[in-house]
Design a binder for this molecule. Structure first.
Ligand code: LLP
Length: 406
């Protein structure tokens, strides 16, 4: 996070709190979130695109405090299950500002959405349209624009031949059927993928969706804006995006002779990823490997997407030479790797503290109980105050659902 400061004795400060003292107080592994950084990034989106609606993709960090911080920054919220909606509802997020997504919305999801009265539901199939028929629900149609976002295949969602959305050639029919089913069509949506670095793919999406020639109130281009993870990664060019999308939208609407729709975007990662830091305790060191007290249960992203991370020693100075090691976790798989080619000092030893930055997005969200390991707490830091936002999972939590029939 931007609020990181180097302290004496090799310690680091985030949000005005020393990492060593946070680890001492809350234990490890520990997920930290810099509230100021989250708010700052939300504002950056709003300032770059003051005319647009910015919707936070709740799946990237489903935590009620974060939902509140972002509602406070006047962002809307996207949820994709009854569970995420329950988090939003109980955090007090107004229904009108919630969008519901998902390629599979179960009866439970749709009932929860309708009974809370969410502002918009993003339709993903004709079957879903049948389920909503007669409800007068405002909807967007999720379009498969057939655009390759040039990102990891597991998070590429705008190409043909994947499970999301209505193929482009079926959209005019889908639009007609929304009206026939009594639904209120407010716009078109697409989501091209995640960790996208090229602005041009969003311009293509504007051309394809507006190119359908349908007069719409809203054009939702989804999320996907890349976050920088390692030194040398470029942050997403938000100003370039704003300028080029504005121009493409104006041009295409003039060509189609349709009024300019309101732009909607759904960033998740780009708002929260860089606000997160995870602290781990070193448990064992072997030639080439440093093993810590977390792993793929709190960060499956290297295993799932080949995601790259870095790590640094925190809390002591050393002049020992550095050599590249692999930081591994505690789980019973060789693929349980947190970071590769990390230049750690040769005298790194059990008991040392390691900080892994850029862990705010899809870490808490993707964490599991693999090997019956409890999930780490989430602690928010701001102006020298640390607050527990999600507590650490206990042994009792872990065993609660396991019933031994008499
Ligand atoms: N809108 C929709 C409809 C989405 O499905 C997503 C993410 C977003 C917005 C936000 O995308 P973002 O701005 O965060 O890239 N677990 C994967 C990422 C999965 C993304 C799922 N959808 C990862 O850890 O990389």
């Amino acid at each position: 996070p931007a609020s990181t400061r180097l302290l004496p004795q090799g310690d680091l400060e985030v949000g005005g709190q020393a990492l060593t003292s946070l680890a001492g107080h809350f234990g490890t592994p520990l997920q930290l979130l810099d509230e100021t950084e989250v708010r700052h990034r939300a504002r950056a989106f709003r300032q770059a695109l003051p005319e647009a609606e910015v919707v936070f993709a709740g799946k990237s960090l489903p935590c009620r405090s974060v939902f509140r911080w972002l509602a406070d920054e006047e962002l809307s919220l996207d949820v994709c299950s009854a569970g995420e909606l329950a988090a939003a509802r109980t955090a007090g997020i107004p229904a009108a500002r919630i969008l519901m997504h998902g390629n599979v919305k179960t009866d439970e999801d749709l009932e929860a959405a309708l009974s809370y009265g969410v502002g918009r539901i993003v339709l993903d199939s004709f079957d879903e349209m049948d389920q909503l028929a007669g409800t007068a629900q405002p909807v967007l149609i999720r379009v498969t624009p057939g655009i390759d976002a040039h990102t990891h295949p597991a998070v590429t969602t705008g190409v043909d031949g994947q499970k999301f959305g209505f193929p482009l050639d079926t959209v005019p029919d889908a639009a007609r059927q929304t009206a026939a089913n009594g639904l209120r069509l407010v716009g078109l949506h697409c989501h091209l993928g995640s960790q996208i670095t090229r602005v041009s793919v969003y311009e293509d999406a504007v051309r394809r969706l507006i190119g359908l020639g349908l007069p719409i109130e809203q054009l939702d281009l989804g999320g996907g804006f890349a976050a920088p993870y390692c030194v040398g990664d470029q942050p997403f060019d938000l100003t370039g995006f704003a300028n080029r999308i504005r121009a493409a939208l104006a041009h295409e609407c003039t060509r189609q002779r349709i009024p300019l729709p309101r732009l909607v975007i759904e960033p998740g990662r780009a708002i929260v990823a860089n606000a997160g830091v995870t602290l781990y305790r070193v448990i064992a060191v072997k030639p080439g490997f440093v093993a810590v007290d977390g792993g793929m249960s709190d960060n499956p992203r290297p295993a799932l997407y080949g995601a790259r991370y870095t790590a640094r020693l925190v809390g002591r100075h050393t002049r020992a030479p550095r050599h590249a090691v692999t930081v591994v976790g505690r789980h019973c798989e060789a693929g349980d790797i947190l970071a590769q080619d990390v230049p750690l000092p040769d005298d790194v030893h059990a008991g040392d503290l390691l900080a892994v930055p850029v862990t705010g997005a899809y870490h808490h969200a993707l964490a599991s109980n693999y090997n019956l390991v409890g999930r780490p707490p989430v602690v928010g830091v701001r102006d020298g105050v640390a607050q527990l936002l999600v507590r650490r999972e206990t042994e009792e939590d872990l065993l609660r659902r396991d019933l031994i029939p008499a």
